[in-house]
Design a protein around this ligand. Sequence first.
Ligand SMILES: O=C(O)c1ccccc1NCC(=O)[C@H](O)[C@H](O)COP(=O)(O)O
Length: 263
Amino acid sequence: MTSSVPPTDFSQVPGVLGRIVAERVQDYAGADPDLGTVQSLPGRFGAALRRPGLSLIAEVKRASPSQGAIAPLDPAAAARAYVAGGARAISVLTEPRHFGGSPEALRSVASAVEVPALRKDFVVHPAMLREAAEWGAAAALLMVSVLGEAVGDYLGLTQRLGLDALVEVHDERELEIALEAGADIIGVNNRDLRTLEIDLSVSPRLIRRARGRGFAGVLVAESGYRTPKDLADVRELADAVLVGTSLAGSGDLAGATRALLTP
Ligand SMILES: O=C(O)c1ccccc1NCC(=O)[C@H](O)[C@H](O)COP(=O)(O)O
């Protein structure tokens, strides 16, 4: 399956995010853009998040730029514990330098649990989506802060691979781009990835705006959630929350997951 996306200029991405993106661009320079033949079963990720009540996407996150080392998680064991605690999907970071991720982490999670897995990375090349499907993901993250208007082209590639796409935004401008591109799963990141500052008012604000614009798809609130109280403002608004650090660093992944989901 051939892929064609117009060349994208990633050199304007600012701050911490810009540095990570520049490394990923280098990692995939010259990679084969062919999409291969592996097809995921479409719709599994979105269906898991559409179930009644607030769905949890729990993240296998061993390290991050904001925290440094978080925990030396075994990805498959972590995913099993998250599911035992009530998670409906697992996000797996595959970026190696800053997040301690790997292809193996995603492969092992995808075979360890029945719930769908998300490839969480800084997608800058079609090959990264082919890999996501080959490694067993049901979905891939597409960041408007990285891809800009090219997010529509990448969305088309995920559809061809049978992957769902979590299209991530952080402000009103990015939300408009995601809506215009036809995203049906939108994640609102409370973390400003240029400065790493977290503001939990970002998700409720943009989720209300998306609904006000008539968006009928899935809305996910992302980043910075530590306690059930933190979820109060999004519990009735969002379809799902994506939580990494507070669960991954808890020492009792199933217990922390259960506790977070108990209002
Ligand atoms: O987490 C970071 O420090 C970070 C820095 C730069 C780019 C991305 C980053 N995180 C990616 C994420 O969006 C989070 O892993 C995810 O939403 C979970 O957030 P949290 O629960 O706050 O760990």
